[in-house]
Each structure stands twice: as structure tokens, then as C-alpha cells.
Design a protein around this ligand. Structure first.
Ligand SMILES: [Zn+2]
Length: 276
């Protein structure tokens, strides 16, 4: 089917059916099909159809964009998330992850602790966090919708690692990384993914604020346990320890209630240099 537009010098054909006749009368034309946009030629000695690197030059420009309207993460909830990451670090030396959920009924952001597997390398002198992989909950609390996740890089910088990008490729939503959690405030890095594309997000757009981390309750930490400690230490990968965090535990806060602070972290001057 020929798409007719007076601005187009080179015509565009839309291939809506497999048996669409080849436009023999055109010297050159674009073909839009399920597999993308193609540039085609009818020459004296050949007919060709190759993927087009760009659309017709007569058309207007269009750049990829993402405009977000995510709810802001309440400050007490973010402070609890950082507290949770620090407590997991103190207990296991590992990264950890939380899911961001939106509750339709009460219109509130909430955190969920998913079932997750954290990898830690055991060195001669200390342990090194190596990654976290979580499972999407099979059953969500009623009226809840997952719109993103937060995970820690422990004392490493906050950025989207290659592993993060792979993990998040098919998880559209907001992805927050908390790094350098020994410092206060820690580093935050936020990206959003949609249809396989990543966009950096200004923290001011999705974080209500942050002052100091607060401790999560024992109820939240109790389900964090070590499993398969020996089983994972095989010949090929003998330094790896695997932890599993049980699922699911809601991390909630009550407005007006003073949460307990976690004292064991370095303070970072807001005027000081950022870590590279
Ligand atoms: Zn990461």
C-alpha cells in the first residue's frame, strides 16, 4: 500500500500483507514492514531491499524521549531503604535489593523485600560484594503494582553496571542504585528503562528528600538468612558464598514515628569532593 504524501519525494510503501505486489514502477522507495524500514531499488540489473539506516530526509526529526510521572519516594521510606542496605551489609557484606510498589487503594509508595540471591567473594582479608539477583514475587499484595527497584552497591559507586543493564533490560521502570553507603548521605544514581532503552533520571524528580538513614525493624531483618553456604563452594568457584533473602516482607513507615538511627557510618561533607 503506497503512503501518499505531497512532501515525500521518495515514496513509502506500507507492507500490510505478505502478498503485496512489488512496486515495479518505482525507481526507489521505502518499505515499512514488521521487520523495520527498508530502502528498495528497481535498477536495470537488480532489485534490492536493504534495512534503511535513516528515514526519508523530507520527514521531521524525532528523538527518543521518556517523560516520567512516577510518584516521589517519601523521605522516610528512602531513609529506611538505606538503613536496610547498611544492615544487610553489616550482617553479610553483600548487596541487597528492594522493590518499589505503588498501592492503588491508598495511593502510597511501599517497599517490598523480594526473594534474592546475593553473591559475595571471600578474599584473604575481607569479603567483597559481587551482585544481587532477585525474583519477581509470584503474588503481590492486593492493589500493589511494582514500578521499580532499589539496590545497593555497598561501598562501591552508584552507577548502572553492565550486569544491572542486562538485568533491567526487560524490567521497565525506575532503577535506583545506592552506592558508598558507608557515607552519609550515600550516593544515588537513578535511571529509567522502557522498551529496552535507558534514560538517566534527576533524583529531584523521584526522591522527596534524604537526611539520615534509619534502622529497619528486626522483623525486616529476621528473614535475611544464609543458605547453601557450603553447597556453593565448589571446585570451580570456591570463593563464592550465596545468601538468600526470604520473600516477601513489607517495609513500612508510620509518619510521625521517630525511627532509630544507625550510628556506624562516616559522615560526608556536602561541600567535599564527590568520589570518582
Ligand atoms: Zn548494581
Amino acid at each position: 500500500m503506497k503512503f501518499v504524501n505531497p512532501d515525500l519525494i521518495t515514496p513509502i510503501y506500507v507492507k500490510a500483507r505478505n502478498d503485496m505486489p512489488w512496486p515495479e514502477e518505482e525507481q526507489a522507495f521505502y518499505l515499512l514492514a514488521r521487520d523495520g524500514l527498508f530502502f528498495c531499488r528497481n535498477s536495470r540489473f537488480f532489485q534490492s531491499c536493504v534495512p534503511a539506516r535513516k528515514g526519508p530526509g523530507e520527514l521531521a526529526n524525532q528523538e527518543a524521549f521518556l517523560e516520567i510521572q512516577y510518584p516521589k519516594i517519601p523521605q522516610p521510606l528512602l531513609e529506611l531503604a538505606v538503613g536496610f542496605f547498611e544492615q544487610v551489609k553489616q550482617r553479610h557484606g553483600s548487596e541487597a535489593a528492594l522493590l518499589l510498589t505503588w498501592n492503588y487503594r491508598v495511593k502510597q509508595v511501599r517497599l517490598l523485600i523480594p526473594r534474592q540471591r546475593c553473591t559475595v567473594y571471600q578474599g584473604y582479608y575481607s569479603t567483597y560484594p559481587a551482585g544481587v539477583h532477585y525474583e519477581m514475587p509470584a503474588e503481590l499484595p492486593e492493589d500493589a503494582f511494582i514500578f521499580g527497584d532499589i539496590h545497593s552497591h555497598v561501598d562501591g559507586p552508584a552507577y548502572a553496571s553492565v550486569t544491572d543493564k542486562d538485568d533491567e533490560h526487560h524490567r521497565p521502570g525506575l532503577h535506583i542504585v545506592v552506592g558508598r553507603i558507608a557515607e552519609e548521605p550515600p550516593d544515588f544514581h537513578i535511571e529509567a528503562t522502557v522498551d529496552g532503552m535507558r534514560f538517566e533520571v534527576d533524583p529531584d524528580h523521584v526522591l522527596e528528600g534524604y537526611s539520615r538513614r534509619t534502622a529497619v525493624s528486626e522483623k525486616c531483618l529476621d528473614p535475611v538468612e544464609i543458605v547453601d553456604l557450603a553447597a556453593s563452594q565448589n571446585d570451580r568457584d570456591k570463593d563464592v558464598t550465596v545468601y538468600t533473602v526470604k520473600y516477601p516482607v513489607k517495609v513500612e513507615y508510620r509518619s510521625g514515628k521517630k525511627n532509630q538511627e544507625i550510628p556506624s557510618h562516616k559522615s560526608r561533607s556536602k561541600n567535599g569532593p564527590d568520589p570518582s
